[in-house]
Design a protein around this ligand. Sequence first.
Ligand code: NAD
Ligand code: ZN
Ligand code: ZN
Length: 341
Amino acid sequence: MKAVRFFGHKDVRVVNDIERPVPKGDEVLLKIGGAGVCHSDLHIIDEGTVVGTVFTLGHENAGWIEEVGENVEGYKKGDAVLVYGPWGCGHCKPCQQSKENYCDHQSEQAYGGGLGLDGGMADYMLVPSSRLLVPIFDLDPVIAAPLTDAALTPYSAIKRSLPKLMPDEYVVVIGVGGLGHVALQILREISGAEIIACDVTEDKLAFAKQLGAAYVINSKDADASEQIQKITGIKKAKVVLDFVGATSTIDLGTKVVSLDGDLTIVGLGGGHYQYSMNGLPFGVSMTNPYWGSRTELMEVVGLARQKKIHIEIEKHKLDDANEVYERMRQGKIKGRAVLIP
Ligand code: NAD
Ligand code: ZN
Ligand code: ZN
């Protein structure tokens, strides 16, 4: 079968000689409908966040059940499912609570398809346990794949700050890409806070306005933080969601977040932050959330089935993976690119 393989630093190749896996026990073989292209792949490919192993990329996956191992119950061939991405041990307390994204054993094992183990940029994908599948019912797997990350990750980040996202408050969203463009819609649907969106190009800012941002600011402007504070006034923004995670965006977040606010850094842009006593308003919680839980993914499916979120999708062939990654490096993708076998 065909697969998009990571061979090492900046070395991604589309190959045709991968053997189709055979599921056993609780394993499930999925016929891939779509595999989303996440910026985290670029951190792997260009910056070496996963080293020393060759594997199939793609950690945002959806498809139809093709074959099940002998112990799998409750699923049959043809069922449409998402693959929950962070694969935990399945037994520790966070895993029992469905929060496999915070599995106790994350540091000891390769923890997901497309993140060290074989992922979904292929004709078929082996999922190690039926526990990791989430049914999508009438949704189309070709377009639902990004729900597993581009929607789940902002959903989980927003949910933890929900009590602070009241209608008299402001929320700042930095980066309106794959994750950010879904974050804006989730905020619009489940919170009352007024949204200020930041990106670095005019088309992304126009896109943000369409998705519910009341204000847009170009974060390349030297006075971006002053422009934001002009909108929020003295109270500042109760929540800042940074989907870039560069030193400059973290710095912007610290300048605009309010007393007792949340500064949530989702982006893995390699930024640095030096704590100092007067560098942050009192009471700020700074967090670096990772993905979301399995039950939160079920809630995200609910949002999509109710048509409250719409993922803007560009469809591409597996063969075009390298071109798509290059366009992502240049910030040229609107919404999410999905590779379709
Ligand atoms: P993307 O490439 O689709 O979008 C990034 C967006 O940020 C683009 O619109 C780009 O124009 C914008 N941008 C770049 N520099 C900016 C700046 N200085 N100010 C404002 N906007 C800027 O990326 P994505 O797939 O949405 O991923 C975003 C980040 O989140 C990546 O670092 C990715 O690795 C990370 N991520 C983290 C998790 C997690 O669980 N923590 C999960 C998925 C992705
Ligand atoms: Zn991702
Ligand atoms: Zn675990």
